[in-house]
Design a protein around this ligand. Structure first.
Ligand SMILES: NC(=O)c1ccc[n+]([C@@H]2O[C@H](COP(=O)([O-])OP(=O)(O)OC[C@H]3O[C@@H](n4cnc5c(N)ncnc54)[C@H](OP(=O)(O)O)[C@@H]3O)[C@@H](O)[C@H]2O)c1
Length: 450
């Protein structure tokens, strides 16, 4: 499973190219170790984050470079981006030495990041990503509320629609309002609507206020703008049952307060996502998509609505895009909506791609790569079933090694390849236990031993 997940992440989601630089979290265990070994053998320069000298040595033994997250220079820097905007610049500055160390180890700016260690690791890993780089993630071990600081760079709606592959007939939700002149005229959104119409998209516009809705309707965009929805009207209708889009609130700990955590997810869904989603859906529904989910959401720098946008956009194919300068702004989202549903966040100078498991076809491709010698499977470490508690405890306490464990139950010995071999080995074992000497073992048609 680890190699299958990594195979999709590297060769499909990221579509890695040789000679590029890759940074991976947890590089000496589990998926991180498979990522490191596969990327090195595919010709990339790989930097692995680890938590001890012993783990650093394991990374270096297979051709990677290591950075230790427990190094006192930056050990305290692995935190979510704080809520208070006054602390954002300082939070970024605290990560500068770690980013410099990762780049020095990689030999330059980082092209790809592979993340899975959760909300305390993700923000720094994203900060480590270089200009034009892509981060993928498939897990969130330390928590699901992801935060990150936007990167420098701006683009245009047209260029971003091209990057997102927006096609005629696809549905597009445009967020209108944050930063509008005189509270009414949002030039960036107007440009996005115009370009969206030229590309033949089916457009819904999400504005903040009723006057903005009237203004957008007065611009006469034509039939491709299917509807304009105002948050003000949703709020008026639902009153205390509604929370407007904004930063994703801090969550209870999913591991120790799981009921409270589930309740917080439900509240976001019931009070923000569903009211807005159901107001937009009638305008974007078509014969192929009865739910009316947008293929692309054009979101904005001026308000952190990423948790909403990543939950609204279509699973597996949906993309949230930004064209404006994002540096100095913090963004937040609920991680499973992006990784398990494989959504993407496209920014002018960086990208985040969710990735999850792999298909049967990719599994076959993976075996092709193994057969060709490009990648290899970590030899399994066989342990008797009695050790299973200790193996799990070691994984939970993060003191396991770079290993795939195979727990053996009732297997007489390792290395058996067929059913017949297994029956023979059982017969020999049982006979030896009875003190008999066996000269010949036959397996009958019903599998009975003779
Ligand atoms: N979506 C999928 O298809 C898929 C498939 C497989 C796994 N996963 C998920 O991926 C995650 C990793 O799985 P795995 O099998 O690789 O686990 P693993 O063998 O336990 O390795 C995770 C490593 O991450 C590092 N780590 C843990 N907490 C960290 C933190 N707070 N900050 C930074 N690094 C931290 C640790 O390495 P150091 O202490 O050395 O830094 C740890 O050994 C899990 O959440 C798992 O559920 C998802």
């Amino acid at each position: 499973m680890t190699l299958g997940t990594i195979h999709r992440a590297l060769y499909h989601t990221l579509d890695i190219e040789p000679n590029k630089r890759l940074f991976v979290e947890g590089a000496s265990t589990g998926t991180g170790y498979d990522c490191l070994r596969s990327a090195v053998s595919s010709g990339l320069n790989v930097v692995g984050m680890v938590s001890s000298e012993e783990r650093a040595a394991r990374v270096e033994a297979v051709g990677g470079k290591a950075v230790d997250r427990k190094d006192p220079q930056w050990a305290q820097a692995f935190t979510p981006v704080p809520d208070d905007p006054a602390e954002w610049a300082n939070w970024e500055a605290q990560g500068a030495s770690f980013v410099a160390a990762a780049e020095a180890a990689a030999g330059g700016s980082i092209d790809y990041v592979v993340s899975h260690a959760g909300e305390t690791a993700f923000p720094r890993s994203f900060q480590t990503l270089g200009d034009g780089g892509v981060l993928t993630f498939y897990g969130a071990s330390s928590g699901y509320r992801f935060t990150f600081m936007g990167k420098q760079g701006s683009s245009t709606p047209s260029k971003m629609f091209t990057r997102a592959g927006l096609r005629a007939g696809q549905s597009l939700l445009i967020v209108y309002g944050p930063g509008a002149e005189d509270g009414i005229v949002d030039r960036v959104a107007i440009e996005a609507i115009e370009v969206g119409c030229q590309r033949g998209a089916q457009i819904a516009v999400l504005v903040d206020t009723v006057p903005q809705r009237e203004f957008v309707n007065s611009l006469g965009f034509g039939a491709q703008v299917k509807g304009v929805v105002s948050l003000e009207e949703i709020e008026r209708r639902l009153g205390d049952d509604y929370d407007p889009p904004g930063p994703f609130a801090e969550m209870p700990n999913p591991f120790t307060e799981s009921q409270a955590f589930k309740e917080a997810v439900r509240l976001f869904s019931d009070r923000t996502l569903k009211p807005i989603g159901s107001a937009i859906a009638p305008f974007l529904r078509n014969t192929l998509d009865k739910r009316g989910l947008p293929d692309v959401v054009f979101d904005r720098a001026g308000r952190d609505g990423l948790a909403l946008a990543t939950s609204l956009v279509k699973p597996n194919v949906g993309k949230v895009i930004y064209a404006e300068e994002l540096s100095g702004q913090r963004f937040t989202f609920y991680a499973p909506q992006v990784w398990m549903r494989q959504r993407r966040i496209l920014m002018p100078s960086a990208e985040i791609r969710g990735t999850h498991l792999n298909t049967a076809r990719e599994f076959a491709e993976m075996q092709g790569r193994i057969a060709a010698g490009q990648i290899d499977v970590l030899p399994a470490l066989a342990r008797p079933i009695e050790d299973i508690a200790e193996i799990h405890q070691a994984m939970w306490e993060n003191r396991h090694g770079g290993a795939n464990y195979v727990v053996t139950h009732a297997l007489p010995r390792m290395g058996l390849k067929t059913k017949d071999e297994l029956y023979r080995a059982w017969a020999l074992r049982d006979a030896a236990e009875r003190g008999e000497v066996i000269t010949k073992v036959e397996t009958g048609s019903a599998g009975a031993l003779r």
